[in-house]
Design a protein around this ligand. Sequence first.
Ligand code: ARG
Length: 458
Amino acid sequence: MARIDEPQDPLFQAINTSLGFDRRLWREDIRGSIAHARGLERAGVLDAAERDRLISGLEAVGAEIESREFDFERGDEDIHMAIERRLTELVGPLGGKLHTARSRNDQVATDVALHVRGRATEARLLIASLMERLLELATEHDSDPLPGYTHLQRAQPVYLGHHLLAYFWMLRRDARRFEQVLEAAEEMPLGSGALAGLNFELDRETTAEELGFARPAPNSIDAVSNRDFVLDFLYAASACATHLSRIGAEIVLWSSSEFGFCEPDPGFSSGSSIMPQKKNPDAAELLRAKAPRITASLTTLLGVTHALPLAYSKDLQEDKPALFAAADELELALRVAERMLRGLRFDTERMASAAADDLPAATDVADMLVERGMPFREAHGIVGDLVRLAVETGRGLAELTPDELAERSELLDERYFELLGDRGWLESKRSPGGTSSAALAAQIDRATAALGELRSEP
Ligand code: ARG
């Protein structure tokens, strides 16, 4: 039988080590270890002087890592071992006492949970900034019409502010999802040991409180094998990135000469090396393209945890590359989206003229007739006739003559021209949540309140 102290094969080390990526957990690891040292003192395992020496040692290790003076060694399998090794070098054999009543299994789960809490909080803040930008733009453009689309066909005109706020509410849901992530990561794994619990009676409540958790996790087996909070984070990140891809895609489309609805900030787009007239919306294109990578992290971790027997298995080490990559990409994308929107110039005249085509107002004319007592079927027939006449004679609906209208129904009087007049049919969309100026003003108020709420929550 192979002896346990036989040297490890370098290829084994290559697949087994996680230091290359988990060194990013050093802050969480040191924080967790300091709280653990305090817990050990409360349990009587350490005396107060030992506790304090361990804490100063841990702080010294942290300072070395922060200032990049820390020498990682070949034998350091992961960040937890590296920190403990260095601590022992600094404080002597006492360093070996820190790992009493702890396993790397509950230690790493705790570090990852702390990390997820930090990244979810950051994502929420960045989302709030982007929402603020959208709200600002929406307020600025609360009376600029553009065509609204279905099937990418011009459907009904809306105000640009209304259109932009659609993204605001998507992001509000994303922020909520990150709040749920904070909840999913509010139970502290530390104190679960390898899987079965500890031979020591640690005061986990206090440690949990010190680390910002709501309470200790109730089941040691679940605690060391649970990565649901990472999955939740990855889903929230995927949904959010997918929303950003929709904003990106729309800006790409709108920046084309065919649409000509907006122009990217020159400082935020690239030119072409051979076509000097071009200004490419690269940032928007990349926002469009980022989501799949983030979603890939979600499917990676779903795959890693699929059918995984209880409790801890090394498979779980793969949670971190997925988490870090997704969080990094999302934070970048959120920052870029905010900056990109800040510099975007809308061509509101071009939007308005695209929205001026009044054939899409046919439904509104029918609704007006219905409101005045005509059965909808009859109204539909009459309006169909008007649309045919307008198309055949190359005119808009507003250009039909009073006589032509009166021939078809006496209800087609001056109200018809009011409806089709400037902004008339945008303003007719007055249901709450609709595009009319009054409804939009109410929506802007709601959005302002929602953002205030988001900002005031911890
Ligand atoms: N590097 C490991 C991880 O990231 C730490 C836990 C190791 N636990 C163990 N029993 N080998 O998951």
